[in-house]
Design a protein around this ligand. Structure first.
Ligand SMILES: Cc1cc2nc3c(=O)[nH]c(=O)nc-3n(C[C@H](O)[C@H](O)[C@H](O)COP(=O)(O)O)c2cc1C
Length: 205
């Protein structure tokens, strides 16, 4: 039996199951507002194990920033990785709806503040609310490098990239941006934050 994911056309809420829920838990719309979003390619009874395996994939945790003219914004991401060493090239998956996505498309550049193991405060500030609602960088100490994107001054380091627009991949909800490395620096000596460490410790902070 194949399990499915269902999207509420009213508010965008996504849930998993063989059938859509009777009511949307977010906006209370009834079952008819749910459309099939994606059909998993494995049997429903394996979902728990498959998801558990997915959480064994390890990631870092970063603050990606970009700009539009004088305006700046940033968000948290765990999906950054180096694609090739020669040329030095990075990829990152960013949700289409995010303000950071809009700024990255417009400016063609992004910076990556590499967070330290104690940077929970930055994850909370940049990872849960959009810069469309408030100025995330207000009161945050920043430096700028070659791309003019703001970098968290107390990060353990940063890198900067220029996006290769012809290589951006539309992956459904997210774009995978690929960028060539144009700068970077180590700022202080601390262990980098990982996604799994953040998940383990976020409620204890
Ligand atoms: C631990 C964590 C990891 C995240 N990873 C990603 C990611 O890889 N890609 C992404 O698009 N959003 C990711 N997010 C969500 C964005 O940071 C979040 O939606 C943010 O509010 C978007 O802000 P913006 O609209 O100001 O750009 C992550 C959030 C957290 C807390």
């Amino acid at each position: 039996m194949i399990s499915q994911s269902w999207k509420c056309e009213g508010c965008g809420f996504v849930t998993v199951g063989l059938f859509p829920p009777e009511h949307c838990p977010r906006c209370t719309a009834d079952r008819s507002s749910f459309q099939k979003d994606y059909e998993f390619k494995f049997p429903e009874e394996e979902i728990g194990g498959v998801i558990a395996a997915c959480f064994k994939v390890s990631y870092g945790l970063y603050m990606i920033s970009s700009r539009e003219g004088e305006k700046v914004n940033g968000q948290i991401c765990n999906t950054l990785f180096q694609v090739t060493a020669d040329p030095p090239r990075f990829a990152v998956a960013i949700n289409h709806d995010n303000l950071t996505h809009e700024f990255m498309e417009k400016s063609g550049v992004f910076a990556v503040s590499i967070l330290g193991v104690n940077d929970h405060r930055i994850v909370r500030r940049f990872g849960y609310r959009s810069g469309r609602d408030f100025d995330k960088f207000k009161g945050i100490p920043v430096i700028t490098g070659r791309t003019d994107c703001p970098v968290y001054r107390d990060a353990i380091g940063y890198i900067e990239c220029e996006i290769l627009t012809d290589k951006t991949v539309d992956a459904g909800t997210h774009s995978v941006f690929i960028g060539d490395l144009v700068g970077g620096k180590v700022l202080r000596d601390e262990e980098p934050m990982t996604y799994s460490y953040f998940r383990e410790t976020k409620d204890k902070q």
